[in-house]
Design a protein around this ligand. Sequence first.
Ligand SMILES: *Cc1c(COP(=O)(O)O)cnc(C)c1O
Length: 357
Amino acid sequence: MIHDSPFKALDTTRRSLDSGPAIAADPLATLAALPRVQLAPLPTPLQRADRLGRQLGAEIWIKRDDIGSIGLAGNKVRKLEFALGEALSSGCDSVVTCGAAQSNHARATATAAAALGLRSVIVMRGREPGGTPTGNLLLDRLVGTEIRFTGTESWTELNAAVTEVASELEAEGHKPYAMPTGCSTPVGVLGFVAAYCELLRQLGDLGVDAWRVYHASTSGGTHAGLLLGETLAERGPSPYGFDVGRLYPDMATHIAGLATDAARLLGSSLSFGPEEIEIDESQIGSRYGAFTDQASAAIRLAARLEGVLFDPVYSGKALAGLVACARESPGPVVIWHTGGAQALFADGFAASLLQES
Ligand SMILES: *Cc1c(COP(=O)(O)O)cnc(C)c1O
């Protein structure tokens, strides 16, 4: 079964699913044996945020996936460890993916490709912005990825363009590995199953019994991986996502499908339904990437109280969600800092960030 997403045409997704193992006795042992490349300094720190916690009336822990090199930081790197592990083990020599001009996934893919000696092509949403590139787009240019602006705003069309470029590379004699936006394929999701296990080990060592893990969500892989990790481990905090993009009309069904397909790759017959997905739309603002006063205030709060930089598109909106509900927490909470600080340096955000309302 292929999960119901506009990306189902991608060959890599289908190949991974077809080659999944038969029902395995220990899905986490299966996970540990899968091909993986090392791209991130793991484990990332789990840091108690005392001053922020006192201010918000809850015990708050920050999972610092924002820590890493400037190009290779954030949640996409975890997914890429497994996706590019699969690419290399199947002999691919190039990667093709897509994203918006300030896409963290595009930047992480481009940098990872440079680190691994792979050719990379990024198919970009919309038109090329004028002027000197800033933020993630600057980093994409620096690492020398091939960028193709499509002019389209449609994620479905963008994905079709990825398939076209992959065919083009194939015709040139390359062996490309195609990824949808956000690397939210079942293979990519496995990065967050491993991440959840990493968090559980850290919480166990610290003796912290957290009840929720908050995070930002757009393409759904982070949420799906955390949920599958929690279900396989049969313990730990429940993932609670803030949808910041509305990329999918039915995000819960999309995430449930991804988690089910990722379980199959691990030889597990677990299956998930949309009713199991805790996804909250209260922080999107007017649209994906649109600035909200709540995120801006939350970003300043964490920066000033903890010296931790959240971003305006994703993690800052999740933090704003936590600010809104922290006081009701019955126990310690974790906020997964999924990265994205590169966007702080993109045009358009600087002025709003410093505007105290
Ligand atoms: C992509 C991204 C997310 C969302 O993760 P998904 O797995 O795509 O839902 C959250 N935070 C940051 C910084 C991201 O770049």
